[in-house]
Structure formats: structure tokens, C-alpha cells
Design a binder for this molecule. Structure first.
Ligand code: ZN
Length: 212
């Protein structure tokens, strides 16, 4: 049997002593009464963009879903497996979260893969290209509006455009649109710059991000 990685066991014991034990009563309450977070965050799998850290959250406060490039596929009901849609459905209809935040970030590998689509198709596996094809319309729009721009500026534009695409796709879920129209849930876009630690929020009226 392969032993469990020692550095993870060490980190876990540190968590148990420094975090869990001092907050034991809160954990007992969460276990007894269940979770009732009022915010859902959709963020990237990227190890540098951790929602709980960025929002100083305690267990029970944020319902988090992470996937490559924080994308929401459009609503569809084909018979395949829909992990993203299941998480949204659970958060919105069962937990009744009041805010749903799509959080993108700088230096996103998934977005870079979308931008370098042709190169990726040849070198990577079968899943990323298909997943990132959700950003095809956004990619074409960014390429058209950033002709001659530096690659990193294009990547940043597509990272931000991807957040808008996910918000647009969220609004293809009938139950979400209904709740948003009734004012029972608010959808938000946010962008985290890893190097500066700056979090910005999307103003959907102007289409621009403003620093928080
Ligand atoms: Zn990413």
C-alpha cells in the first residue's frame, strides 16, 4: 500500500490543533444543523485562487464549486452527467443562496489553452479543448478587438470575457432567471489578480471591472 503523503498528514494535524479544536463548537453546530451558506462561488481549479482564503471564510459560509477556468455550460438536459448544473441546482434551489459569484483570475491556464487553441489540440488530452470551446465566441471577439495586442493582454481580456460568458450561460437556467427577476438571487462577476492580490467586481451595466 502506498502510504498517505506525509506532508499532507502533517498539515492535517496542524489544522486539527490550530483550527478545528479552537472552533470545535462551530463544527459541532454545522454537523448538527447542516450548512446554510448564502453565497455560492464558482472559481477555477487553479491552486493560487482559493475562495475560502480570498474571502476569509469559515466552513459553512461559502458553497464553492471549482472547475477549469470557472466556466458554466449553458442549460441543457441531455442524458449525460452534468456536475456543474447539479451544483448550481443544489445551491440555488436547496440551499437558496442569495448571491452567486463567478470568480475568474489572472494567468489562467484554461484560458491560455483556449487562446492557443490550435496548439492545444495537438499537445493536450481530449478534455480541455472541448471544455474550453465554451469560450469560442468570446475568443473570437477578443481576437477581433485586440489585434496586435500583447498575448498577456489578450489573455486578460479573455479571462474577463469568460466571466461574462459564464454569467450569460447561468441565465439560460430557467429557475435561476426566475429567481433573479424576483430579486431572490443576485449574480456577480469578480476577477482576482494573483500578483497584486487585487479583487475586482464586474459592473454589468458598463461591462467594466472595478477594484474592491
Ligand atoms: Zn484558471
Amino acid at each position: 500500500m502506498t502510504p498517505f503523503p506525509a506532508h499532507l498528514s502533517d498539515r492535517y494535524r496542524r489544522f486539527k490543533h490550530r483550527h478545528f479544536i479552537p472552533h470545535m463548537e462551530e463544527y459541532e453546530e454545522l454537523a448538527a444543523y447542516g450548512q446554510s451558506p448564502d453565497v455560492m462561488i464558482v472559481s477555477c481549479c487553479d491552486s493560487r485562487v482559493d475562495p475560502e482564503t480570498i474571502f476569509s471564510a469559515m466552513p459553512g459560509e461559502l458553497f464553492v464549486m471549482r472547475n477549469v477556468a470557472n466556466l458554466i455550460p449553458p442549460f441543457e438536459t441531455s442524458g449525460t452527467y452534468h456536475g456543474v448544473s447539479a451544483a448550481i441546482e443544489f445551491a440555488v434551489l436547496n440551499l437558496r443562496v442569495k448571491h452567486l459569484v463567478i470568480m475568474g483570475h489572472s494567468g489562467c491556464g484554461g484560458v491560455k489553452a483556449a487562446l492557443d487553441r490550435e496548439a492545444v489540440r495537438e499537445t493536450r488530452g481530449q478534455f480541455i479543448t472541448k471544455w474550453m470551446s465554451m469560450l469560442e465566441a468570446a475568443r473570437l471577439a477578443v481576437l477581433a478587438s485586440h489585434q496586435g495586442a500583447a498575448r498577456k493582454d489578450m489573455a486578460m481580456a479573455l479571462e474577463k470575457e469568460g466571466i461574462k460568458t459564464s454569467l450569460k450561460n447561468l441565465r439560460t437556467f430557467p429557475f435561476l432567471t426566475e429567481l433573479e427577476n424576483n430579486g431572490r438571487i443576485a449574480l456577480h462577476g469578480a476577477y482576482f489578480d494573483i500578483a497584486t492580490g487585487q479583487l475586482s467586481a464586474l459592473n454589468e451595466t458598463t461591462g467594466k471591472f472595478y477594484p474592491l
